[in-house]
Design a protein around this ligand. Structure first.
Ligand SMILES: CC(C)(COP(=O)(O)OP(=O)(O)OC[C@H]1O[C@@H](n2cnc3c(N)ncnc32)[C@H](O)[C@@H]1OP(=O)(O)O)[C@@H](O)C(=O)NCCC(=O)NCCS
Length: 343
């Protein structure tokens, strides 16, 4: 039976005049170098047992020397382009979501544009931390829906190993590097990105931040000595806010599409901590087979996280065309988002 009769397209509720926007293909890339919990035991006062039971993370990938966010982004993009069968000249727009751009400016998206040879494409970055990929999808789909562009390349890419404090056991065990990319196009007879509920709470901005390097605290000898160019986090508060925000956003996305969670083939949550994923999944009432988890292999790759997970889910055949997927993310800002997608 076609799924199209079994949910509401929320965008159609507003006298929908535009085109639907689908993900034509996804691709991902992670660096070769694997950093295990056993290796971290030699770097900071931690144990494999602590990391595994508190986070579910067993290993993460670390970019090679000279391998930057734009390199990983371009590799993920090429894989998505190959699967979609598109050439660089077909890309109208490149959006890169990242908190670890190659440089503060120019935008990493411009560097990716050059690496891909996508010289027709406009290019810009967005910064919504771990929520960046869904934020970027929702931005990208506006251009497809409005017919402004036919092909948008959305990428989540991070080299978090470059901002992590490798002496801080509270944070260094959690993060990893990688990239995921999606090609957005209109596909006739497909609903594609049905809805995306996005939110933010700037009052809690300092729970998870990198204080140095911006206009507030420009790089100086003092700022470097004070460690202000490293990621800082209040783990406990971040955890609590993540569960509440992801749950609320997911419920709102399902409500807008008038579907029950049982209709979702696969929930693909932000991969930060297995306990966050389980807490959100339990409260939503999903069955274990409805949840995609790869945090054990990659840790938290921020904006790349759900993009890599979506690519792996499709590659493993856990998501087929016509299935409904629920993507849920949370990150610094604070920011959060949930999207329902007819894959
Ligand atoms: C970071 C996190 C794993 C910590 O787990 P927790 O169960 O909350 O642990 P606590 O913060 O209570 O710390 C417990 C103890 O473990 C210690 N600890 C922290 N990291 C440790 C590590 N890597 N190894 C061993 N001990 C560690 C702490 O110092 C603390 O010790 P203390 O009680 O003597 O002070 C968890 O809070 C978390 O995942 N938070 C959200 C992180 C996240 O997802 N961020 C990104 C959002 S996009």
């Amino acid at each position: 039976m076609s799924t199209t009769q079994l949910f509401k397209n929320p965008r159609a509720a507003h006298g929908f005049q535009g085109r639907t926007c689908s993900i034509a293909a996804v691709g991902s890339y992670v660096p070769e170098r694997i950093l295990t919990n056993a290796e971290l035991e030699k770097m900071v006062d931690t144990t494999d047992e602590w990391i595994t039971t508190r986070t579910g993370i067993r290993e993460r990938r670390i970019a090679a020397e000279g391998e930057f966010t734009s390199d990983m982004a371009a590799k993920a993009a090429r894989r998505a382009m190959d699967k979609a069968g598109i050439t660089p000249d077909q890309i109208d727009l490149i959006i890169v979501a990242t908190i670890t751009p190659d440089m503060l400016f120019p935008a990493t998206a411009c560097l990716v544009q050059h690496k891909l040879g996508a010289s027709r494409a406009a290019a810009f970055d967005i910064e919504a931390a771990c929520s960046g990929f869904i934020y970027a999808l929702e931005i990208g789909q506006q251009f497809i829906m409005s017919r402004a562009y036919n092909t948008v390349l959305v990428i989540g890419a991070e080299r978090l190993s470059s901002i992590v404090n490798w002496k801080d056991r509270n944070t260094c065990v959690l993060f990893g590097d990688g990239a995921g990319a999606a090609i957005l196009q209109h596909r006739p007879d497909a609903h594609g990105l049905l809805t995306a509920c996005m939110g933010a709470d700037g009052e809690k901005a300092m729970l998870l931040c990198m204080p140095g390097g911006g206009s507030r605290i420009p790089a100086s000898t003092d700022s470097v000595e004070a460690g202000l160019h490293h990621l800082q986090m209040d783990g406990k508060e971040t955890f609590k806010n993540a569960v509440t925000a992801m749950l609320t956003a997911a419920q709102e996305a399902l409500r807008r599409c008038e579907i029950d969670i049982s209709r979702i083939k696969l929930m693909i949550p932000h991969q930060a901590n297995r306990r966050i994923i389980d807490a959100v999944g339990d409260r939503l009432g999903v069955k274990p087979e409805q949840v995609f988890v790869n945090v054990d292999k990659y840790g938290n790759t921020s904006a790349a996280s759900v993009a890599i997970a979506l690519d792996e889910a499709v590659t493993q055949g856990r998501l087929q065309r016509g299935d409904l997927a629920l993507l849920v993310v949370f990150g610094a800002g604070l920011t959060w988002a949930a999207a329902v997608i007819e894959w």
